[in-house]
Write a protein that binds this ligand. Structure first.
Ligand SMILES: Nc1nc2c(ncn2[C@@H]2O[C@H](COP(=O)(O)OP(=O)(O)OP(=O)(O)O)[C@@H](O)[C@H]2O)c(=O)[nH]1
Length: 380
């Protein structure tokens, strides 16, 4: 223990935090703005850098800059790490009450520096602030549900550093604390080393969490049509392959609806392209409301859409198709532009059915629905 120098460790914390702040700032610049919190995490680490540097300057700077100032900067940095995670998870941070709380605690520590000098009291107060913030931070990430590796790393790190604060608080009542944080007592060294590793691990987990979010967002964008949010043709083609194989394996039916809005060109010509876009968006919302969560709705292009109904026999698919047709023919909101739909329905019959034969049958049925006068459901 005696060989670890607290001042050098503090300088190391600052350097590592500075490097991680740079990494997070670079991510903020290159990631889409929908991934929030990166800027706040990066600034939080800068507070830790400057706070650590001031704390390490004990004996070289006036006491204010090596006690109250680093206490405030470190507590505020730890709060900003927490508020960065709040923004990341879509929770609105409330910095004012925290600023008042941390400011108040630092003012009281100043009293215990110059009014009635008491180093253990100062230590306890700052330890309690750290403990509350790290604990709340762990709880915030835990509440988000899905536990990815990045989230587990963050929660584990935060839970560990919270426990270290509890242990540190208890030791202030048991062991002599020395006169400041640079005293090389085992409890100071354990605290400083665990704080530095925790900040590093927490920064790594934030980078990983941001990467996870980016991947989820890109996957979503790659599989969705940008106008209507329906699935893309490529996704539906792959899903159809997958669902057909599954239905043949489990001997369960798979139904497919091919849908095309009627006289859609007239909608564009009469009301304009933007109004036509709104009709497409409304159509997708209407259809989605009539489907189960495992059904898949995709846009094949223009005003043509496909629905995959796993584990659905032809009769049930016909009922769904008829509901969709009726909902478009009699829209509940009469102020919206009405546009009927023609639908071809099919289900896999023989084990020799392929995606191509299913699609071809549904397409042929759709063609017949159009030629029979539109606003119809036809079985293929
Ligand atoms: N507003 C809008 N129009 C689109 C979009 N994609 C395709 N269209 C239009 O959809 C219309 C399709 O016209 P047609 O293929 O003649 O079909 P239709 O008028 O619906 O006639 P039927 O299908 O025979 O009932 C064309 O005018 C396309 O420009 C889109 O994303 N937005």
């Amino acid at each position: 223990m005696d060989t670890i120098d607290p001042r050098t460790t503090l300088v190391l914390i600052s350097t590592m935090s500075g490097l991680m702040a740079l990494v997070l700032y670079a991510l903020k610049r290159s990631y889409p703005p929908s991934i929030r919190g990166l800027g706040q995490w990066s600034k939080a680490l800068l507070f830790v850098v400057v706070g650590g540097a001031f704390a390490a300057s004990r004996g070289k700077l006036p006491e204010l800059f090596t006690t109250a100032v680093p206490n405030f900067l470190l507590c505020w940095g730890v709060y900003r790490l927490y508020s960065g995670s709040q923004s990341f998870f879509g929770v609105r941070p409330r910095p004012r009450p925290w600023l008042a709380f941390i400011g108040g605690v630092v003012l009281v520590t100043m009293w215990f520096t110059w009014g009635s000098p008491n180093y253990p009291m100062r230590l306890r107060m700052v330890t309690v602030v750290f403990g509350i913030l790290f604990g709340l931070h762990a709880w915030l990430i835990y509440r988000q549900g899905t536990l990815t590796f990045a989230r587990m790393l963050a929660i584990g790190t935060l839970a560990f550093i919270t426990l270290i604060q509890v242990a540190r608080l208890i030791t202030t009542f048991v062991f002599p604390m020395g006169s400041d944080v640079l005293d090389p007592t085992p409890q100071h060294i354990i605290f400083i080393v665990s704080f530095s590793f925790s900040i590093l691990l927490l920064s790594i987990s934030t980078v990983l969490m941001a990467g996870d979010s980016l991947r989820v967002e890109l996957e979503y964008l790659a599989t969705r049509d940008s106008l209507t949010n329906a699935l893309t043709r490529r996704y539906i083609d792959e899903a159809c392959d997958h669902e057909l194989a599954r239905s043949q394996r489990n001997e369960k039916p798979l139904a497919l609806l091919m849908m095309d809005l009627d006289h859609f060109k007239r909608v564009n010509d009469t009301y304009g392209h933007q109004a036509g876009d709104a009709v497409l968006v409304d159509f997708v919302k209407t259809v989605r409301a009539l489907l189960r969560s495992k059904d898949l709705l995709g846009r094949f292009g223009g005003e043509e859409f496909v629905v995959l109904l796993p584990e659905t026999p032809l009769d049930d698919a016909l009922v769904v198709a008829e509901r969709i047709r009726a909902a478009c023919a009699n829209p509940p909101d009469s102020t919206k532009i009405a546009c009927t739909v023609s639908i071809g329905v099919t289900a896999n019959a023989a084990s020799s059915d392929t995606v191509d034969t299913l699609m071809a049958r549904a397409d042929a049925a759709l063609y017949r629905a159009k030629s029979k006068g539109r606003n119809q459901v036809v079985i293929g």
